[in-house]
Each structure stands twice: as structure tokens, then as C-alpha cells.
Design a protein around this ligand. Structure first.
Ligand code: HEM
Length: 447
């Protein structure tokens, strides 16, 4: 087991903050020396500037947390040398706009439909602020604005606000499953799955692949203990989702709740279908800490998907021990952080014209082998495992308008739900490097 210096690592990589509000700022560096001073102030306890939050344990939960992502053009704007820039992975250098087609960001999700600040090649810094209250959020916003005003311009910002009971906009409880990482404090629910090595999420350690560590960008003080995140603004069409569920409930005689559970792999309250396929309130109840302790194979497994469909969102995104192409069921884990945005959907006011969705951060040491792999191989294709054909993830897949289908396997034969449409549209994305605390100091000293 390797030791990780938690004070070196940005906090949200290794633990969720579960704060009710958040604000993400997109900044362009206009004056590199001043931007260097801003970065220095974020890590060196300048009383005027909120400090960056590390992964060190908290004595008490802070009022706010601050973190930083840097795009490839951002590293260049901060004065990183050409040789160092060239040592970063190719997909990060290309950026989210260039990589859009490969992850299914086409048609209504294509970059020409994105929020303008997320297609601006001048987007350099993504400052991420989470807070315990709106007042704390606004107060920290003022301090940050003051701190960057001399050196950066704001290209855009996006607010997020948690929904009741940790739900996401389609109504499911979210944030239950996260990888258990060897050697760092447990941040999610316990499970019996293989532990992920640190090097799957932080640069500079052995990875999940035998005898392989991901190359650390040069120099080591910039690369080590860093990671990467795909930031995504994902708009959710709750009306289209609800209509699909209602229509198939009346056509099949299944309850709406069961169809929703089959699409996700969990009931709305988070109960996994594998552990309880007929009801979301089994007797005896499943203790909260056991809600992520299951597999699709082995004793009590569900090889054919009769309980949890093989094509459901959670089974695609983490097939666990299930047989998949390349034997990679455990090799493409991802850390998810995020917060909903927009008002809660009110079924009595359909098509209210409000934008709502998820501000998501999908974190891993390799954007290509984790975020992009999940999107291309598991969300937007089905040939990685038996029984799916060329189908897409029912919640996040890039299926064309009404052209998709979803299979509910049953012992008496599969039930196919036709007319699956795209419920989640990408409204923007950014590929960010998440520097360590030492790396922020290194960057601060460059200018
Ligand atoms: C608006 C978009 C999305 C919604 C509404 C959504 C919803 C959910 C829900 C309700 C769960 C179950 C709760 C849990 O297991 O923690 C879940 C799990 C998960 N989602 Fe998503 N998701 C979205 C986007 C994505 C994307 C873009 C990815 C991948 C790039 C992703 C990857 C995962 C993973 C890895 C899990 C955990 C699966 C497991 O370990 O069993 N999700 N999601």
C-alpha cells in the first residue's frame, strides 16, 4: 500500500464535500504575473483569499471549499514550457471541444450548442467553489473576484444547488457508489470489490494495470499528485424521461417505479435491484452502509440481468465482476463529483422552460481510459458484453431522437422498450488538470 500525502492533494479528488450550493467560474488569464500571484495566494494562506481545500481530514467541516482545474491552454497562459506542455496526455491537450465527437457530443450536444464560455479557447482556469450556505457562497465569491480582478477576466460562471435527499433531477438518489481507493480514507460506502490503486486517480503511483504507471507530466513537481477531470454541464430533459416511463408503464403493465429502477439499476431511493428486485423497501431492510455492497457475478449474482438489466446505467458504468470485453470490469473506475443545477421539476408544470441538470466532474488519472472509455465503450456502445448489441446507456446515451431501445431481460424472454430518446444533453465541457498543492506553487513561481 502506498502512502499519499493528503495535504498535497486537492480535496474533492478523494472525498465528496456534500455541500448544498456551488459555483464554478471560468477565467481567462490576461496578465500571467498577476495570475501567478493569484495561484500563490490560493495555497499560501493569504488572509484576503480563500485557501484551496486539500484532502487532509477536517477537524470541523469548513464553510466553503475552493478547488482549481486548469485547461491545456491555461497551462500555456501561465508560462509552462513547451517541453512540459508536450509531456501532458494527448486527449487533455486536445481538450473537450476537440474530443466531443468521440464521447457522443454530437447533434444537440455538439460544441456549437454549448454555453459560449465553455467553447472559448481562452478558457484557462476553472475555479470551483462549494459552500454550506448561499451567504457563504456569495461572500467567498466576492473575495475571489477581488483576488483575480487584476490578472484574469471571467468568461462565465455556473451555479449549482443540491436537491432534497441527495437526488439528481430524474429523481434517483445519487452519490452512493465511489471507488474504494487503497491507502486513502474511505470516502464512500464500503464494498467487497477490488480496491482501486491510488495510481488510478493520482499521478505518480502504480496504476490499475499490471506493472504500469501512467507517465507523469514533466517536471515531477508539476505532475505528481495531480489528476484530471472532465467537467460537464449535463442538461436533463425530465419531461421526456417521465413521458417515456409513463408510456411504457401503461404499455407493459409494469409500475413506473419498476421501469425507472430497471433503467438505472437502482430504485429511486438508492436500493440496488440486484439486492432487491421487486421492491424498494425490502424486509428486512438493507442497512444504508450495505447499499453498495453487491456484484453481478458469484454468489447472489445476476448473470443474465433478470434483476438488474445488463444495459442499465449503473451496470454499464461499473460492470463490477461481470464478464466484459478485455476483462476490464474493474479497470475503468471513475470518481464522480457533482451537484444539480436548476429548480426541482414539478410534474404539475411540465415543460416549464427551466434549464436543469447536473454539473459533473468525472475524475481519473487518464481522461482517455476512464471518462472517455466509459462514454465511448460502455455508454454509447454495447458490444463490450453479451446481450446488448449496439445499444446505448438509457440515462446518458447519445441515442438519436426516439431511435434507441432498452432491453429488460426476463426468464420468459426479454421485454424491449422502444422509442428511447436522448434525455441528457451536453451544454458544455472542459478537460482540466487538477494540480497538487506543490504544483500550484510551482505554477505561481513561473510567471
Ligand atoms: C445527468 C447525467 C447523469 C445522471 C442523472 C446520473 C445518475 C446516476 C445515478 C442515479 C446513479 C446511481 C447512484 C450511485 O450508484 O451512486 C449513477 C451512478 C453512476 N454513474 Fe451516473 N449519472 C449521470 C451521468 C453520468 C456520466 C456522464 C457518467 C460517466 C462518465 C456516469 C457514471 C456513473 C458511475 C460510474 C456510477 C456508479 C456505478 C456503480 O459503481 O455501480 N454517470 N448515476
Amino acid at each position: 500500500m502506498v502512502a499519499v500525502e493528503l495535504a498535497e492533494v486537492q480535496g474533492f479528488i478523494l472525498r465528496g464535500y456534500t455541500m448544498p450550493v456551488a459555483r464554478y467560474f471560468g477565467l481567462a488569464v490576461r496578465e500571467p504575473k498577476g495570475a501567478g500571484a493569484l495561484l500563490g495566494a490560493l495555497v499560501d494562506s493569504d488572509p484576503a483569499v480563500p485557501s484551496m481545500t486539500t484532502a487532509e481530514p477536517w477537524a470541523a467541516k469548513p464553510e466553503i471549499c475552493v478547488n482549481l482545474g486548469i485547461t491545456f491552454t491555461g497551462l500555456a497562459a501561465l508560462g509552462v514550457s513547451r517541453a512540459s506542455l508536450n509531456s501532458f496526455p494527448v486527449e487533455y491537450r486536445a481538450g473537450a471541444v476537440q474530443r466531443a465527437v468521440s464521447v457522443g457530443d454530437v447533434g444537440t450536444s455538439a460544441p456549437d450548442q454549448w454555453l459560449p464560455w465553455l467553447v472559448d479557447p481562452g478558457l484557462h482556469l476553472l475555479l470551483m467553489l462549494s459552500a454550506q450556505s448561499s451567504d457563504a457562497l456569495d461572500a467567498a465569491t466576492k473575495r475571489l473576484e477581488q483576488a483575480w480582478s487584476a490578472s484574469c477576466v471571467e468568461l462565465g460562471r455556473h451555479d449549482g444547488a443540491a436537491l432534497p435527499d441527495d437526488t439528481a433531477h430524474f429523481g434517483y438518489r445519487d452519490g452512493l457508489s465511489q471507488p474504494t481507493i487503497d491507502g486513502v480514507p474511505l470516502a464512500g460506502l464500503p464494498d467487497h470489490l477490488p480496491r482501486a490503486p491510488v495510481g488510478e486517480f493520482l499521478l505518480g503511483y502504480p496504476s490499475q494495470f499490471d506493472q504500469f504507471s501512467y507517465p507523469v507530466p514533466e517536471p515531477p513537481e508539476l505532475g505528481v499528485n495531480g489528476s484530471f477531470a472532465a467537467f460537464r454541464v449535463l442538461e436533463q430533459d425530465v419531461d421526456a424521461f417521465a413521458e417515456f416511463v409513463t408510456q411504457h408503464a401503461s404499455a407493459t403493465g409494469l409500475s413506473k417505479e419498476l421501469i425507472e429502477a430497471k433503467l438505472c439499476g437502482r430504485w429511486r431511493n438508492g436500493t440496488p435491484l440486484v439486492l432487491s428486485s421487486d421492491t424498494d423497501t425490502p424486509e428486512p431492510p438493507i442497512p444504508p452502509e450495505a447499499l453498495n455492497d453487491f456484484d453481478y457475478t458469484g454468489e447472489g449474482g445476476d448473470e443474465w440481468g433478470h434483476r438488474c438489466p445488463i444495459g442499465s446505467h449503473i451496470r454499464r458504468m461499473n460492470p463490477r465482476g461481470q464478464r466484459v470485453a478485455g476483462d476490464g470490469g474493474h479497470l475503468h473506475r471513475i470518481i464522480r463529483r457533482g451537484i444539480p443545477y436548476g429548480p426541482a421539476h414539478d410534474p404539475s408544470r411540465p415543460r416549464d422552460g427551466e434549464a436543469r441538470g447536473l454539473l459533473g466532474l468525472f475524475i481519473g488519472v487518464s481522461l482517455r481510459d476512464q471518462f472517455e472509455f466509459l462514454m465511448t465503450q460502455w455508454a454509447n456502445d454495447g458490444i463490450f458484453t453479451a446481450g446488448l448489441g449496439r445499444t446505448n446507456d438509457p440515462l446518458i446515451g447519445a441515442q438519436g431522437n426516439g431511435a434507441g431501445s432498452f432491453s429488460i431481460p426476463r426468464p420468459e424472454g426479454s421485454l424491449i422498450l422502444h422509442g428511447l430518446t436522448r434525455f441528457v444533453t451536453t451544454r458544455g465541457g472542459a478537460y482540466c488538470f487538477l494540480p497538487s498543492i506543490s504544483a500550484v506553487r510551482y505554477l505561481a513561481a513561473l510567471a
